[in-house]
Design a protein around this ligand. Structure first.
Ligand SMILES: Cc1cc2nc3c(=O)[nH]c(=O)nc-3n(C[C@H](O)[C@H](O)[C@H](O)COP(=O)(O)OP(=O)(O)OC[C@H]3O[C@@H](n4cnc5c(N)ncnc54)[C@H](O)[C@@H]3O)c2cc1C
Length: 569
């Protein structure tokens, strides 16, 4: 086993990880020795796929305000967001947009030179700042370029697949990592850890997420004793391309795109008359499913019946200028030009609102671990996230966590050499040597299909119970898998197998949380309990690991600004 020592370890190099690294480098004037660890090449984090925009109040002179952004976020969250967190967030965001601007990002501009903003679902003001439809990609590039200008003390561990987080004596003590390139087992020690491993979209079969987004950090944190919060809240984005699930960004509707059923009707008028297609995602997804179930969709492949997303009336110029990637993707993947024809879409699993429980500063209860970005649950999004608030969250809490962790490192000592790394290696060696009869690829396939069937846009107790039973069966079968590749170098067979184990844990926590929550709120819509129940369920679900499965408890929601009211759009 090789051992590497650094001051600060940042696990994950998406928007949250890079923003954290930059802040830590700036705060320490380039003195902090930072490890950046990613199972992918650095720029391949899912964040590069973010298309539509990043929310911030930029035009108070034109009628936007912090209060309005906060209210939209709280109402969008179906009142499960912590309002003190939301308030902090909306005030911090404009600074992040300006930082990126000064660092050179090519924000799209208005004719008079202002940073342009476009409408996004659930926002009462056009608040999404964007760079065409390649926003995440350009944010990532700008952050990385700027990081390189601020420090030489960056140690990149690209294609380093982390298998566990070691916490000993209630302190982070190190990460176990498989160096995929050189086929080595590595222990990375650090004074502090920032967890920035993104979400878990791949637990669903029909999803917008890259194949690599398998909930590793969520599962590793959970197994190491950190609490997962509100994991039952999964966001379904209204516009996933048929048949792959590739995202058709909300900017399509922000730019004026409409949704049509098989009678050519703009059906959103019946569900959200004031916001129409730009109602929050949970509502638009439910409306689409209701249309499809009532026979007003179009028949699609493998049961993927669909709705039309119509951009034709925007015209060639606007589509080419504002949505070039969308056009490129539809032409390449389904041979359809949106200038000429409507795009076939339906709701698609998109985002994990829940995550590793942190306080308002992204700090976990373990003194030297912070979490930021999609892996974390600082309780900004509650039961339903508004579009463009996620890249924004990565920027704000990347910066906060980076600064906090850097200050901590300045005065902290290196934790003792961890004693539990050997146990982790023993597990991996046993997995490589295993001779079981189960195929882990098959298990992953069944898991994803199961979540599609039981944890979708609409849920019932009966379905979720069956879903949980199936997950537990898969968990048992997983104990009997074997690997074909017995080496360590670029052993993607091993990597996939470990990821599938992570996915099973995440799916179990999400499904148990959903089954237990007997109400409908935001992204969690139950047919058997179809109203919100503030009396009993205005609370966060907390899940802790035990040998026998997740142990649930509940915690308070901050409603210091607004009392919950009925959510109408
Ligand atoms: C197609 C798409 C479009 C989107 N568009 C928008 C948008 O327009 N606006 C918006 O606000 N939000 C959008 N979102 C959501 C938003 O992009 C994500 O929530 C956000 O980018 C997540 O960033 P992150 O830094 O938390 O994680 P990610 O960018 O997912 O990065 C995770 C990192 O963790 C690393 N990692 C994970 N597991 C391991 C492991 N075991 N070992 C080592 N490294 C590991 C990965 O290699 C990667 O570097 C979109 C999402 C998708 C999928």
């Amino acid at each position: 086993m090789e051992v590497y020592n650094h001051d600060l370890i940042i696990l994950g190099t998406g928007l949250a990880g890079l923003r954290a690294a930059l802040e830590a480098a700036q705060q320490s004037k380039g003195e902090l020795d930072i490890a950046l660890v990613s199972k992918l090449q650095l720029m391949r984090a899912h964040s590069v796929a973010a298309e539509g925009g990043t929310a911030a109040v930029m035009r108070q002179d034109m009628g936007d305000s912090f209060e309005l952004h906060a209210w939209d976020t709280v109402k969008g969250s179906d009142f499960l967001a912590d309002q003190d967190v939301v308030d902090f967030f909306v005030h911090e965001m404009p600074k992040e947009i300006l930082h990126l601007d000064h660092w050179g990002i090519p924000w799209s501009r208005t004719e008079d030179g202002h940073i342009a903003q476009r409408p996004f679902g659930g926002h009462t003001y056009p608040r999404a700042v964007f760079a065409a439809d390649k926003t995440g990609h350009l944010e990532m590039q700008t952050l990385y370029d700027t990081l390189m200008k601020h420090t030489k003390k960056i140690n990149r561990y690209d294609e380093g697949f982390v298998t566990s987080i070691l916490i000993e004596n209630n302190r982070f003590a190190g990460l176990t990592m498989i160096d995929m390139i050189n086929g080595k087992l590595v222990l990375i020690r650090g004074k502090a850890l920032i967890l920035a491993t993104g979400g878990a979209g791949q637990i669903f079969g029909f999803t917008t997420y890259s194949e690599t987004v398998t909930g590793d950090g969520l599962a590793m944190a959970y197994r190491a004793g950190l609490t997962l919060k509100d994991m039952e809240f999964i966001q379904f984005h209204p516009t996933g391309l048929i048949p792959s699930g590739i995202l058709m960004t909300e900017a399509c509707r922000g730019e004026g795109g409409t949704l049509l059923n098989n009678k050519d009707e703009r059906f959103m008028g019946a569900y959200a008359p004031s916001k129409m297609e730009l109602a929050p995602r949970d509502m638009v997804s439910r409306s689409e499913m209701t249309e499809i179930e009532a026979g007003r969709g179009f028949p699609g492949p493998e049961g993927l019946d669909y709705i039309h997303l119509d951009l034709r009336h925007l015209g060639r110029k606007q589509i080419l200028e504002r949505l070039p990637l969308i056009r490129e993707v539809t032409i390449k993947h389904i041979g359809l030009d949106p200038i000429e024809k409507p795009i076939p879409i339906r709701p698609v699993a998109h985002y994990t609102m829940g995550g590793v429980h942190t306080d308002i500063k992204g700090h976990t209860p373990v003194e030297n671990i912070w979490a930021a970005g999609e892996v974390s649950c600082v309780s900004l999004h509650g039961a339903n996230r508004l579009g463009s608030n996620s890249t924004a969250e990565c920027l704000v809490w990347g910066r906060v966590a980076g600064g906090e962790a850097a200050r901590y490192c300045a005065n902290a000592s290196m934790p003792e050499m961890p004693k539990t790394a050997e146990q982790e290696w023993a597990k991996i060696e046993a997995l490589i040597a295993s001779t079981g009869t189960e195929d882990h690829y098959q298990i992953r396939k069944e898991l994803r299909k199961n979540l599609d069937a039981t944890m979708g846009v609409f849920r019932t107790g009966e379905q979720m119970e069956a879903g949980l039973k199936k997950i537990r069966e898969l968990k048992e079968r997983y104990k009997k898998i074997s690997l074909k590749d017995k080496s360590l170098r670029y052993n993607t067979d091993l990597e996939r197998a470990i990821e599938t184990g992570f996915m099973i844990d995440v799916a179990e926590v999400a499904t148990l949380g959903a089954l237990t929550r007997t109400e409908s709120r935001g992204g969690h819509a139950r047919r058997d309990f179809n109203v919100r129940d503030d009396e009993n369920w205005l609370k966060h679900t907390m899940a802790d690991y035990t040998e026998a499965g997740p142990k649930l408890s509940y915690s308070k929601v901050d409603i210091s600004m607004w009392k919950p009211v009925e959510r109408k759009y």
